[in-house]
Structure formats: structure tokens, C-alpha cells
Ligand binder design. Structure first.
Ligand code: MN
Ligand code: MN
Length: 473
């Protein structure tokens, strides 16, 4: 006979908050849906190693869905998109309610930390008989993590005549890869004494690019010349063309299931393509949204949302103004009022408790892998500096929405107080007046070449974003 629950135990069950693990909570059908969803997400990751590639892949995904480019000439339609300089994209569906009632927006970013090639990169080191490329890292990386791993080179070279040359080397079967050669342990006596963040000097990130000399004794830098010759034969480019190029180094391996039970997915670039993919799928698959619903995939978040492709640029606000004008209103009168009525999820990742470094997390408030999409009330560092601190009223609204729709979610804060910190796009969006809160899956190994997420959290993010658009009560 089952033992009767004590009064205190019943009271504790009633009053206490407990996180739930997705896999424990989910039935068989939900588990299978989650796994299948992640198979498609894996393809998105592998096809989208750079912001330009993500935009390409995204356009591919919406092309059969009846989405039209929104221009000044657009006269009808209900589904729109606009691409900004090939590096970011906004996609919208008009809602049942007119846009004057406000909109729902999910913003994420499609740039990830990486290593860029400099504008005058190629040189020959005669002491070593190799040619190398100078690089300049992009975003917050731990440099040692990028040593001695295979790297792929992606990017666009714009020639003087405006012609664009696409470069993609390293991910296709049979492609060569590139690497930063690390120092052997035998000769690391001095390096071992350095601090971790000083052990690899940024200027040491010189990429091994070639090793075979051009067969001509009259030439001085034969290995460099041979590299230039190969590039010229294959891509029709010259050394000066590097000046107007954007070339990015990313890990040359694909996303892989992690763990014997395949519950986790490891990949480069989950931050923040996991939110890009899940919010995009949510928008495409939401039943007729109540409010005009928008997905914005931004660039340049990892360097502060700067520039005309970052979230601080006017692109998204212009797109919203265009939607307002298209709906028959005057955006110069209505924009500010509509922004104030609107609600935004800043979809970005948070740091799940890493079991190897659990000392930097405050366990009660940090997200746990597999325990759901994480709602982050505030970000920032040193006393919430630089945070968007979502209002309690909006937190309650999101909490109620997710609970009513049985979304597996958790509240989360990044690390212990004063351990470090970070920011997202949330604060830039909040400046326009809408309610904004951060919401995305937690990850292990954020900003490393191989970040890890739970497939359950990926699927929970998708379901959460979908109910946000559907405003399902
Ligand atoms: Mn991010
Ligand atoms: Mn990041």
C-alpha cells in the first residue's frame, strides 16, 4: 500500500518551484518530434556557417511559402521579407488584427564568433618555407580553442568591376582545410608559464595556407606566388582583390549528435543560429498569427550590433514602417505608437551549467541543459550594467503564456554575480518602447568551435516561439 503523503510534503509540492527535464516530461510522440526537428536543424547549421550563408538558406526555406519581397511597389499579399545587404533578413506575416494593434517580433543573430582574414593577408615565411594568411578574430573567442583544428574558408570577394566571387573551401568531401599550427608540448616550457589569455597572441593566429613553391628560380617568394596563381586560376582573383573581400574562417566539421543517447547536438554556431532556425520555423508554421508577426535575423551581434547590418541600424524599423504603410496607415504618424504596443522576444542563448566548471554558476538561478528554453529577465555585467531588465509585468505575461501552453521552460541567469556577464540585442530593441525579454536555449561551451545544446531545448524554443506568434491562450 502506498504511503500517505504527509501534510508538509503536500504543502511543499504545492508551493515549491521545480525545473523539469524535457525528456522526463515529454511523451513518446513529443520526443520523436523533437528528434526529427533537430535533424532538420542540423542541416540548417551545416548549410549556414556564415551570416551570408544563413540568409541564402533562409531564402531557400521561405521560397515556396508564398513570401514576397516587400518593396514600395507591393500592392497585395500577407507574407513578406526583405534582405539587407545579403547579411540579414526580416520576414513577416500579417496577423488577424491590423498592425495598428502592435506586432510580435522575434529577433536573433546569425553571425557567430569566428576568425576573419585581413585585407592584405598573404605572406611567405621563408624561415619555415610556408605561406600564411594574417587574420583578425571576430567576436569573443578563446584563441587557444581555434588552434590545431581543421578550418574552412568562406566568403565573398568583390572585384573592382563589381563582380562577386564566392569562396567555399573546406566543408565539401575531398576539400583541403586550413589550420593554425599549435606549439608542441616539448617546446612549451615558456608558454606554459603564461596566463591562459596570453598563451596565444592574436598576431600568432596566422593561417597555414600553402607550401609548394612556384617552379621558377628567378622569383623571390615562390610559395606565395604559387598560392596567388592557384587563386587566380580557380577564382580569377589577384592579390589586390583581398582588399574588397570578406573571408571568414569557421570550423571545418559538421554538426554531430553528442552522447550515447544522442540527446545533445554539438556544432559550431548554435549561438545564435539555434534561435534563428527555431524562430523562423515558428513563423512559417504558426497557425494564422493574431498579431503581425516578424522574424528578424540580425548580423554583427557578436561585435555589439554595430554597422548597417547590425540590430542598431534602421533596417528593422524601416521594414516595420513599410509594413505599416502597406497596411494603409501613415508610418510617420503611427510608427512610435505601434512600437509601444508591441512585444519582442530577444532570442539568444544562455549559459547552461557546465559540469566541468560548475563553480562559476549559481545553481539555483542558472539554466540547466535539457530543462527547457530559458527566459532571461536581465543580462549585463557588474550590477546589471548594460542590461535590458524586462519588466515583471511582461515576465508574468510570458510565464503565463508558456505555462498555459505546456512549454518546457526555465528562468536563467548567466553565471554568478560578478563572475563575468554578457549582453544581447534586447536592450537595443527596448529603446524603441516595446516590451522585450530574452528567451532561447541554454548551451554548453558557448563561443567555442563546438557548442552543445539539448535537442529537447531546441524543440522547446520552437514551440515557445510558435505560441508567442499564435498568442495562444
Ligand atoms: Mn548570442
Ligand atoms: Mn554570442
Amino acid at each position: 500500500m502506498a504511503k500517505k503523503k504527509s501534510k508538509g510534503k503536500k504543502l511543499a509540492e504545492k508551493l515549491s518551484y521545480k525545473k523539469k527535464n524535457f525528456w522526463e516530461k515529454a511523451d513518446q510522440a513529443l520526443k520523436e518530434s523533437a528528434l526529427a526537428f533537430n535533424d532538420d536543424y542540423r542541416d540548417y547549421l551545416n548549410a549556414g556557417k556564415t551570416e551570408r550563408k544563413v540568409v541564402e538558406k533562409t531564402l531557400n526555406m521561405i521560397k515556396d511559402g508564398g513570401y514576397d519581397e516587400l518593396t514600395d511597389q507591393t500592392e497585395n499579399g500577407k507574407k513578406f521579407y526583405k534582405v539587407n545587404r545579403k547579411k540579414n533578413i526580416a520576414i513577416a506575416r500579417l496577423g488577424k488584427k491590423d498592425i495598428s494593434h502592435g506586432f510580435r517580433l522575434i529577433v536573433s543573430h546569425i553571425d557567430s564568433p569566428r576568425i576573419d582574414i585581413k585585407q592584405m593577408p598573404l605572406f611567405e615565411d621563408s624561415s619555415a618555407d610556408v605561406s600564411l594568411l594574417y587574420t583578425h578574430y571576430y567576436g569573443g573567442i578563446k584563441k587557444y580553442q581555434w588552434m590545431a583544428i581543421p578550418l574552412a574558408l568562406y566568403g565573398t570577394v568583390i572585384k573592382e568591376n563589381g563582380e562577386s566571387v564566392e569562396i567555399e573551401i573546406g566543408d565539401k568531401e575531398g576539400d583541403p582545410v586550413f589550420t593554425f599550427s599549435d606549439l608542441l608540448p616539448h617546446l612549451s616550457a615558456k608558454q606554459y608559464k603564461k596566463k591562459l589569455n596570453e598563451a596565444i597572441d592574436a598576431q600568432k593566429l596566422r593561417l597555414t595556407f600553402g607550401s609548394i613553391p612556384y617552379p621558377d628560380d628567378e622569383v623571390k617568394e615562390k610559395i606565395k606566388l604559387n598560392c596567388l596563381n592557384i587563386l587566380n586560376e580557380r577564382y580569377g582573383i589577384e592579390e589586390e582583390d583581398f582588399i574588397s573581400a570578406e573571408l571568414e574562417l569557421v570550423p571545418a566539421f559538421s554538426a554531430k549528435d553528442v552522447g550515447i543517447d544522442r540527446g545533445l547536438l554539438g556544432s559550431y554556431g548554435h549561438d545564435d543560429r539555434v534561435c534563428a532556425y527555431t524562430s523562423l520555423k515558428a513563423l512559417l508554421e504558426a497557425e494564422q498569427p493574431e498579431y503581425t508577426s516578424i522574424v528578424f535575423l540580425a548580423d554583427k551581434e557578436e561585435i555589439g550590433s554595430e554597422g548597417n547590418t547590425g540590430a542598431k541600424s534602421n533596417f528593422i524599423i524601416d521594414f516595420i514602417a513599410d509594413l505599416i504603410d502597406f497596411s494603409g496607415h501613415n508610418s510617420s504618424e503611427k510608427l512610435r505608437k505601434i512600437l509601444r504596443k508591441s512585444k519582442i522576444l530577444s532570442a539568444d542563448v544562455n549559459a547552461a551549467i557546465n559540469p566541468l566548471f560548475s563553480e562559476v554558476y549559481e545553481k539555483q538561478n542558472a539554466p540547466k541543459i535539457g530543462c527547457g528554453v530559458t527566459v532571461t529577465k536581465f543580462t549585463g555585467a557588474r550590477g546589471k550594467g548594460g542590461a535590458n531588465d524586462a519588466n515583471a509585468e511582461f515576465v508574468a505575461e510570458i510565464r503565463a503564456l508558456f505555462n498555459k501552453n505546456d512549454i518546457n521552460w526555465q528562468i536563467g541567469e548567466i553565471g554568478k554575480v560578478d563572475e563575468g556577464g554578457g549582453g544581447t540585442i534586447a536592450k537595443f530593441m527596448a529603446e524603441y518602447g516595446p516590451d522585450v525579454i530574452d528567451c532561447g536555449p541554454p548551451v554548453h561551451g558557448m563561443h567555442s568551435p563546438f557548442e552543445v545544446v539539448s535537442k529537447g531545448d531546441v524543440y522547446s524554443a520552437y514551440l515557445a516561439y510558435k505560441v508567442f506568434f499564435e498568442n495562444r491562450k
